[in-house]
Design a binder for this molecule. Structure first.
Ligand SMILES: *Cc1c(COP(=O)(O)O)cnc(C)c1O
Length: 378
């Protein structure tokens, strides 16, 4: 059992998989840029970003937090205002908490993230779900929102997960926005897997809010996130404290600082650049999906797929787990031995993978590794 004195050593050991081919969905969009890695060291001390703060984080000019939050982020998100959060879930909660009252109804897609449900629970609102189509595509039809909204007496907010965090399905977000807009219901797009990966503009989705995750898709150490909104919501979501006029209530007076923020900022130029190459990412994902199907796996979710996040049904790998000594862990070990990181220990039945960080050449190695393993245990 580790003792307190061991922590120094145990937290400074090199992570053995740091240089492997990474296909773990949580990690592929958050690998730090070199600039972010320098910022991480430079701003490692607590409150270091507050050297020149005069009371409001978003007014700091050095490093240029003010420009980042007030100009660069809204432009990037296609929103009128933006703010920082500790993550996608915090953005969702801030909006829920400031727009709803306990007992209100919020309509959400059936592929929602667990954190949306927990945020709703904390805000004491009732979630009404627009179901997905089920196996094998699990798509959410935008018209389902029309049906759900017409059945409800009064809905406080509509939330769409875009894409969802399991299948990587992209529902028709602009259409959901049109439906919500026509009924005068505010609309939040949860873009944890989209902001920082693919080009997206809140205004084109007819959305009131867009949420992104710094440590999932914006190459930030995190925890960090972004929240874009229409100007009309500023006085609701970003309202000031009556006791401390410079402080906002929803973020408890100040929000994400230090390493999470400076790594988000230092990576931002490459993030802005990389979303321009989204079509290459989609082509790569589709190529990978086809190669995986060729060796007998089945890609679940939308086809043709339009996102780097994918689930494969891998029955042949599961069958092997039923007759080997390590059970499900054999796969993780075999993949790790081949320099591939991202298969969860124990998982064999269905694999969630992301092609975002790997090159085509590396993905070819991934497919060959699976093929090799299938042959080895045949
Ligand atoms: C990962 C994820 C989240 C949580 O993101 P955090 O930034 O860690 O809060 C929320 N929603 C979806 C769809 C996700 O995939």
């Amino acid at each position: 059992m580790p003792q307190p004195a061991d922590l120094e050593r145990l937290t400074t050991l090199a992570r053995p998989h740091r240089d492997m081919i990474n296909i773990m969905p949580l990690q592929t969009g958050s690998l730090l840029t070199d600039a972010a890695r320098r910022a991480l060291v430079e701003f490692g001390d607590g409150y270091s970003v507050c050297d020149f703060c005069q009371g409001r984080l978003t007014d700091i000019a050095n490093p240029p937090v003010r420009q980042f939050v007030n100009e660069m982020l809204p432009e990037f998100l296609g929103s009128e205002r933006a703010t920082l959060t500790y993550g996608a879930r915090d953005g969702v909660f801030m909006v829920l908490h400031s727009l709803t009252k306990p007992g209100d109804v919020v309509v959400v897609d059936g592929n929602r993230h667990y954190s949306t449900a927990v945020a709703a629970e904390r805000a004491e609102v009732e979630l009404v779900t627009v179901p997905n189509s089920g196996y094998p595509e699990y798509t959410v039809d935008a018209e389902g929102f029309d049906v759900a909204l017409s059945k409800q007496h009064k809905v406080a907010l509509v939330i769409l997960t875009y894409p969802d965090g399991r299948f990587g399905n992209l529902a028709d977000a602009p259409r959901v926005g049109e439906i919500a807009e026509s009924l005068g219901i505010p609309y939040l797009v949860n873009g944890a897997y989209c902001v920082g990966r693919m080009p997206v503009r809140m205004s084109e989705l007819h959305a009131d809010f867009i949420v992104g995750s710094g440590h999932k898709s914006m190459a930030s150490a995190g925890p960090s996130g972004v929240l874009g909104m229409k100007a009309r919501w500023e006085e609701v979501v970003l309202r000031r404290s009556s006791l401390h006029k410079t402080k906002e209530v929803e973020c408890l007076g100040c929000t994400v600082r230090g390493v999470p923020l400076v790594t988000l900022m230092a990576s931002f130029p490459s993030v802005v650049e990389r979303v321009q190459h989204w079509d290459e990412q989609v082509a790569k994902a589709q190529w990978f999906s086809a190669a995986m199907e060729e060796i007998g796996f089945r890609q679940l979710g939308e086809k043709p797929h339009r996102h780097d996040l994918m689930v494969f049904e891998t029955t042949a790998l599961y069958d092997i787990s039923q007759r080997v000594r390590e059970r499900g862990y054999y796969l993780y070990k075999e993949m790790e031995a081949r320099g591939i990181w991202g298969v969860k220990p124990g998982q064999t039945k269905a694999l969630e993978l992301s092609t975002f960080a790997a090159t085509r050449e590396q993905l070819k190695q991934v497919v060959e590794a699976f093929q090799d393993i299938l042959e080895k245990y045949r």
